[in-house]
Design a protein around this ligand. Structure first.
Ligand code: GAP
Length: 458
């Protein structure tokens, strides 16, 4: 399987140099596992989110959008089980005092051949001892026993610091969808099966080295819950596995760089669960999850809130609590996969190497760059740029040689460079250069608009 010239170092350097992603709080020495999206990065990420929303909400017959509050009543997290069981198995290296996740130590040491998901804490400790798994930071072999730490960030509301004021930053967006199940169903008059989707921030107190934006303490999730009748759940689980996979392929992923990983050890709420893994620069890792959550969530929220969450079938009058098929994907983790998949270094005739992000045009920050061949063509180029900006995200560049300007656009993945030259003034045509093939065609300005619409659609 041919994969990627990209390394994490190259990607981080390109992202920083080209305004895609910067280290968080950089001028203060940074803050572990936080990253800021720059002018180019925020456009790419917004386009990824837009493509997901279009596929799973706008184009769907029976899925509805939601934007629930990040801060929720603390009872939500008791009902969901997060206050008691949302924790990671951590071990400290006694030599260098760094903290590590036992499951990650085992995964890295075994190069994916051992599956810590199927092990108890005791089994993980045994594995680490018998396989002599050393600290990845200092090389020492002196571990504390495993302890579990809850991953939720706590804060308090109000001005007094009493325990009853304790609230949490949500560790997943899913619970907003569950607690609004009947609000959405009633206001849309949706019939089961139907879906609720939302995109929003989630927070987890992760201590593990993050591999850039792969694992961060603040991240965005795109989650879709499909409410269906028990008995139909397995069919919809299979359907959402396929939909999740197809979405990635349509975004430009090679199917060879994706694989399903079925969970053997299931979460307390799950009947069946899988990840889609992507071949990241650091190896195969989870990109998204598809879970059959049964009626666990709605049943628990009904129990803890005391409010009925039963669905009444309008035809048969039957009352039941629906099952949920969850499809959940991190926007930042998808962004990392999109950038890794798109990154390429191409050796040109003459030996020069160009770096190019072969992004799907729909997710590229700019659909086109307008470039006047010479400075005195700038007024005409700016006029065309202003016209295009009403329709698409477009950038303008008149600094440096045309070759250097092409390279700058290649590095941020702009699919088309539109050059204004003296013929443009004569006949109203422009040169359109394709990022991937570097071939050029001439189009009239009106044909250019139709051309971009067709090429940049998702
Ligand atoms: N509601 C289910 C849920 O939250 P999860 O597997 O914990 O399940 C779903 O998270 C997705 O969210 C993951 O597949 C991943 O894409 C993303 N994700 C989870 N933790 C993350 C983190 N610390 N940083 C970035 N993305 C994360």
């Amino acid at each position: 399987m041919a994969k990627q010239t990209v390394t994490m170092e190259k990607l981080v350097a390109l992202c920083k140099a080209r305004g895609i992603i910067f280290p968080g709080s950089e001028i203060y020495g940074g803050m572990g596992n936080t990253w800021d999206y720059g002018p180019v990065g925020v456009e790419i990420k917004n386009n990824i989110k837009r493509a997901w929303w279009k596929r799973f909400v706008t184009e769907s017959d029976n899925s509805y959008g939601l934007d629930a509050a990040i801060l929720m009543n603390s009872k939500v997290w008791e009902a969901s089980g997060h206050t008691t069981s949302f924790s990671d198995p951590k071990m400290d290296c006694k030599k260098c005092k760094t903290r590590h996740r036992a499951d990650n130590l085992i995964e890295a040491h075994s190069k994916g051949t051992a599956d810590p998901d199927t092990m108890s804490n005791e089994e993980m400790e045994n594995y680490i001892q018998t396989h002599h798994v050393c600290c990845p930071v200092c090389g020492g072999f002196d571990w504390t026993p495993i302890r579990t730490f809850n991953l939720m960030f706590e804060t308090s509301r109000g001005v007094t610091d009493e325990s009853q004021n304790k609230i949490y930053l949500r560790p997943e967006t899913a619970q907003g969808e569950f607690v609004n199940f009947l609000n959405v169903q009633r206001t849309t008059r949706a019939k089961v099966p139907f879906g609720i989707a939302q995109i929003g921030k989630a927070f987890r107190n992760e201590i593990t080295p993050g591999n850039f934006i792969f694992r961060t303490i603040e991240f965005e999730q795109m989650e879709h819950q499909w409410f269906c009748k028990a008995g139909t759940d397995e069919e919809f689980y299979a359907e959402y596995k396929k939909k999740a996979f197809d979405f990635l392929c349509d975004l430009g992923f090679s199917p060879e760089h994706l694989r399903f990983h079925d969970h053997e050890k299931l979460a307390h709420y799950a009947k069946e669960a899988c990840d889609i893994q992507y071949l990241y620069p650091m190896g195969w890792q989870e990109l998204n999850g598809v879970h059959n959550r049964t009626d666990f969530d709605l049943t628990r929220h009904q129990e803890y809130s005391g409010k009925t969450l039963t669905y009444v079938d309008p035809v048969s009058g039957e009352r039941y609590i629906p099952y949920v098929i969850e499809y959940s994907i991190g926007a930042d983790r998808l962004m990392l996969a999109v950038l890794s998949e798109a990154y390429d270094e191409e050796t040109l005739e003459g030996g020069d190497v160009r770096t190019v992000l072969r992004l799907h045009p729909a997710v590229a920050a700019y659909k086109a760059a307008v470039l006047p061949l010479q400075k005195n063509l700038a007024p005409h180029a700016k006029e065309l740029c202003a016209k295009l900006k009403k329709l698409y995200s477009v950038t303008y560049d008149d600094a440096g040689s045309i070759g250097k300007r092409y390279r700058r656009q290649d590095e941020i993945g702009t699919p088309y460079c539109v050059t204004i030259d003296f013929d443009t003034l004569e006949d109203g045509t422009v040169t359109v250069r394709d990022r991937d093939t570097m071939s050029q065609i001439r189009l009239s300005e009106s044909d250019l608009i139709a051309f971009l619409a067709e090429k940049c659609a998702f």
